[in-house]
Design a protein around this ligand. Structure first.
Ligand code: NAG
Ligand code: NAG
Ligand code: NAG
Ligand code: NAG
Ligand code: NAG
Ligand code: NAG
Ligand code: NAG
Ligand code: NAG
Ligand code: NAG
Length: 457
C-alpha cells in the first residue's frame, strides 16, 4: 500500500523537483575558473565532514567548479549550487529501497559555507547530522532559493533566523527516520519566507505551534504543503486560505478532530489531498473539494470518522488515480458511483480502497473496464451479489481484497486471467463451490492467497 502511495506522491513531487533543477543548470557550467576564496571555503567545509565512502574524493586541485556536487555561475565563477544529497540506496525488501548508510556524510558543518555568497541551491538530504542543530549561519546565505535538509537527522528547534531567507522557494525539512527530532514552537519565521512555493516539514513536531495556519497563510505563492505527522490539532476552521495556488496538500497523521476545514474549499488547483489517519476528522463526504478540483489525482481521507454516502458522480472526475476512503463510517451503495456514464475515469484509476466501512451494493459489471487498476480493496463492508466474471479483465490488478463481505455464488474461472495478481483475499463471504487449477493457471505472481475453506482440487 505504502509503495503505491509513494509512487503517486513522488510523481507529483517530481513536477516540482523538475522545475527546481532547471535553475541549477541554466546559468551553470564547469568550464569556468573557481574563485580562490570559495575553493578554500569548500575545503574547510569538506574537512569538517565525515565521508565514509569518499564521495568527495574529487574535491582536490584548483578547479572547484568541476568537483562532485558543485556548480558555478558561467560568467562570475561563483558557486551557485551544492548538491551533496546521499545518492546511494539499498534494497531491504522486494522493491523497497532505503538510503544506504555507507554513503551518508556526517560530522560537522562549519561556517566557512557562508563564504559562498551566491549560493542558490543547497541539498544535504539523506545524510546523517544527527545530534546536531540546524546551523544558524544558514540564515546568512541570503541568495538561497532551495534548501533541502530532509532526512538528515538534525535535531532541536529550527532556528527562526531562517526567516532571513527571503528568496527561498523550496524548503524541505521532512524526516522519515527521526520523528519529532526537529521542533518549532511557532511558525512565525515561516511567514516571512514570502517566496516559498514548497514547504515540507513532515514529522517536525509542531505541537506547540498553535498559530501555524495563520503563519502559513501569509505564503501566497505556496504550491506544495507537507505537514504529515506534525502533531497538529487545531485546523483554524474560521479562516480562509490565502494560498490559492496550492496543488499538493498533505496533513495526514495529525490529531485533527474537527470536520474538514472549510479553507480547503477555497483551493481549486489541488491535485493531491491527503487528510488520512487523523482518527477523528468527522462530518459528511467533502463533496465540494472533489467538485472544485477537476485536476485531482490523489484523494485520501482514510482512517477518520467521516459518515454518510459518497457522491454519485465520483466517477466523473477524470484525473483521479487514487481514491482511499477506508476506515471511516461511510454507508450506502458504493457502486452507485457507476450509475452515470463512466466517461474518462476508467483509464486512470489505479488505487480504489473503500475497506472498513458500511458500504453495500452488489458487485457491478463495470470493473472490467478499469485497465489501469492495480489495487482494489472492498474488504470489511456489506457488499453482496456474486463476483462478475469480467473482473478477470482487470489486466493491471496486483492486489484484490473482497474479504469479510456478503458476496455469494462461485469464484469465476476468469480470475485465472489476472496475470499480475500478487495478493487475493476472498475469505469471510458466502461463496460456495470449488476452486480448481483453472483458477490459478496463470497467476504466476501470486504470493498470498486467502479463500474460503472450500474444497480444493
Ligand atoms: C529533498 O530531498 C529528498 C531526498 O533526496 C527528495 O526526495 C525531495 O524531493 C527533495 N525535495 C525537494 C523540494 O526537491
Ligand atoms: C549517525 O550519526 C550518529 C552520531 O554521529 C551515529 O551515532 C549514528 O550511528 C549515525 N547513524 C547512521 C545511520 O549512520
Ligand atoms: C540576516 O540578513 C541580514 C542582511 O539582510 C544580515 O545582516 C544578517 O546577518 C542576517 N542574519 C543572520 C542570522 O544571518
Ligand atoms: C494573505 O497574505 C498576505 C500576504 O501575502 C497578507 O498580507 C494577508 O494578511 C494574508 N491574509 C490572511 C487572511 O492571512
Ligand atoms: C478535539 O480535541 C480537543 C483537544 O484534545 C478537545 O477539547 C475536543 O473536545 C475534541 N473535539 C471533538 C469533537 O472530539
Ligand atoms: C472562500 O470560500 C468561501 C465560501 O466557501 C467564499 O465565501 C470566499 O469568498 C472564498 N475566499 C476566497 C479567497 O476565495
Ligand atoms: C456532481 O453532482 C453534483 C450534485 O450532486 C453536481 O452539483 C455536480 O455538478 C456534479 N459534478 C460533476 C462533475 O458532474
Ligand atoms: C456499521 O453500522 C453498524 C450499525 O449501524 C455500526 O454499529 C458500525 O459501527 C458501523 N461500522 C462502521 C465501520 O462504520
Ligand atoms: C446471492 O445473494 C443475492 C441477494 O444478495 C440473491 O438474490 C441471490 O440469489 C444469491 N445468489 C446465489 C447464487 O446464492
Amino acid at each position: 500500500m505504502a509503495s503505491h502511495n509513494g509512487l503517486v506522491s513522488s510523481f507529483l513531487l517530481a513536477i516540482f523537483v523538475i522545475q527546481v533543477t532547471e535553475f541549477g543548470h541554466s546559468s551553470a557550467s564547469t568550464n569556468v575558473r573557481c574563485i580562490g576564496a570559495e575553493r578554500e571555503a569548500l575545503l574547510k567545509f569538506k574537512h569538517g565532514l565525515i565521508d565514509p565512502s569518499s564521495r568527495l574524493s574529487s574535491w582536490t586541485g584548483e578547479e572547484c567548479c568541476k568537483w562532485e556536487g558543485v556548480e558555478c555561475d558561467k560568467k562570475t565563477g561563483h558557486v551557485l549550487k551544492l548538491d551533496l544529497h546521499n545518492p546511494c540506496t539499498e534494497e531491504i525488501y522486494f522493491d523497497i529501497f532505503v538510503p544506504s548508510d555507507k554513503c551518508r556524510l556526517g560530522g560537522n558543518i562549519v561556517p566557512s559555507l557562508t563564504k559562498l555568497k551566491d549560493l542558490k541551491y543547497l541539498d544535504l538530504s539523506l545524510n546523517n547530522f544527527s545530534t546536531q542543530k540546524i546551523p544558524t549561519f544558514f540564515a546568512s546565505l541570503q541568495k538561497l532559493e532551495y534548501l533541502n535538509l530532509s532526512h538528515t537527522g538534525f535535531e532541536g528547534d529550527i532556528p527562526r533566523q531562517l526567516n532571513n531567507l527571503s528568496r527561498l522557494e523550496y524548503l524541505d525539512l521532512s524526516s522519515d527516520f527521526c520523528l519529532g527530532c526537529l521542533t518549532s514552537n511557532d511558525l512565525d519565521w515561516v511567514s516571512k519566507l514570502s517566496s516559498l512555493k514548497f514547504l515540507h516539514m513532515s514529522n517536525v513536531d509542531l505541537y506547540m505551534a498553535v498559530g501555524w495556519f495563520s503563519s502559513i497563510n501569509m505564503l501566497s505563492s505556496l504550491q506544495s504543503l507537507g505537514l504529515s505527522g506534525c502533531e497538529l490539532q487545531d485546523i483554524s476552521s474560521s479562516l480562509q486560505a490565502n494560498f490559492t495556488s496550492l496543488r499538493f496538500l498533505d496533513i495526514s497523521s495529525n490529531f485533527i478532530n474537527s470536520s474538514i476545514p472549510p479553507w480547503i474549499y477555497n483551493l481549486s488547483k489541488l491535485e493531491h489531498i491527503d487528510l488520512s489517519a487523523n482518527d477523528h476528522i468527522s462530518g459528511p463526504f467533502p463533496t465540494p473539494i472533489i467538485e472544485n478540483n477537476q485536476r485531482l489525482a490523489f484523494f485520501d481521507v482514510s482512517e477518520n470518522s467521516l459518515q454518510g454516502t459518497v457522491p454519485k458522480n465520483l466517477s466523473s472526475f477524470c484525473k483521479l488515480q487514487v481514491l482511499r476512503l477506508g476506515y471511516n463510517q461511510f454507508n450506502g451503495n458504493i457502486f452507485s458511483i457507476f450509475d452515470g456514464p463512466l466517461g474518462c475515469v476508467q483509464s486512470n484509476w489505479k488505487i480504489f480502497d473503500v475497506s472498513y466501512n458500511n458500504f453495500s451494493g452488489g458487485l457491478p459489471n463495470q470493473f472490467g473496464y478499469f485497465k489501469e487498476l492495480e489495487y482494489l480493496d472492498l474488504s470489511d463492508n456489506l457488499i453482496s451479489g456474486s463476483i462478475p466474471s469480467n473482473l478477470g479483465e482487470l489486466s493491471s490488478l496486483r492486489e484484490l481484497y473482497l474479504s469479510n463481505n456478503k458476496v455469494n455464488g462461485t469464484i469465476p474461472e476468469s480470475i485465472g486471467r489476472l496475470s499480475n495478481l500478487k495478493e487475493l483475499h476472498f475469505e469471510e463471504n458466502l461463496l460456495h463451490g470449488t476452486v480448481s487449477e483453472l483458477h490459478f493457471e496463470n497467476l504466476k505472481s501470486l504470493t498470498k492467497l486467502d479463500i474460503p475453506s472450500m474444497s480444493l482440487y
